[in-house]
Design a protein around this ligand. Sequence first.
Ligand code: MD6
Ligand code: FE
Length: 206
Amino acid sequence: MTAITLAPGLVYYPDYLDRQAQEQLLQSLREITRAAPLYTPRMPRTGKPFSVRMTNCGRLGWVSDIDGYRYQPMHPETGEPWPVMPDQVMQAWTAMSGYPHPPDACLINFYEPSARMGLHQDKDEEEFDAPVVSLSLGDTALFRYGGLERKDPTRSIRLKSGDAIVFGGPARLIHHGIDRLIPGSSDLLPQGGRLNLTLRKVEKPL
Ligand code: MD6
Ligand code: FE
């Protein structure tokens, strides 16, 4: 496992999942999205739709609607509990988080070729001592990251299928986003596009 430290607390693991592991994870995600369909989240206050579709697995899921951002135990459209986190996802957390408790939530983002995600911080959790662990599948994305202040200078890296990145310690609350995908860069998803999983510990451990 190759670990490249991009900044203090920001660690990049190129090719964390080999092709077989990517296909296995994709199969798990197909089962998850059958039980918990991808839905279109909306921006708080304005109700403007995200270009990314989302679902979750694990005990809690991150959702966004006109009322705000939050974690909740059920799918916003079906009202069902989120599907269980696959073992492969739990193993990725154990391998990369350096955190002694299992994650509560795994947000699954699906990008159509034209989707993007604006610069943001992940700060809806209570437990910032735990990192966020991110796994990417499908088309390569241009991932931008900056600093704790929105105006801080940014850098970009390409996240390709099978790559992982971990935001921990002093990097836990840095700004980041997806500028765009590189269409046709992966043949993992038959129709193209990209899936990203972010694993989080939401609640303070007992
Ligand atoms: C994405 N990722 O890669 C969006 N957040 O599609 C994130 O927003 C993210 O990759 C926190 C930590 C790592 C991430
Ligand atoms: Fe994020």
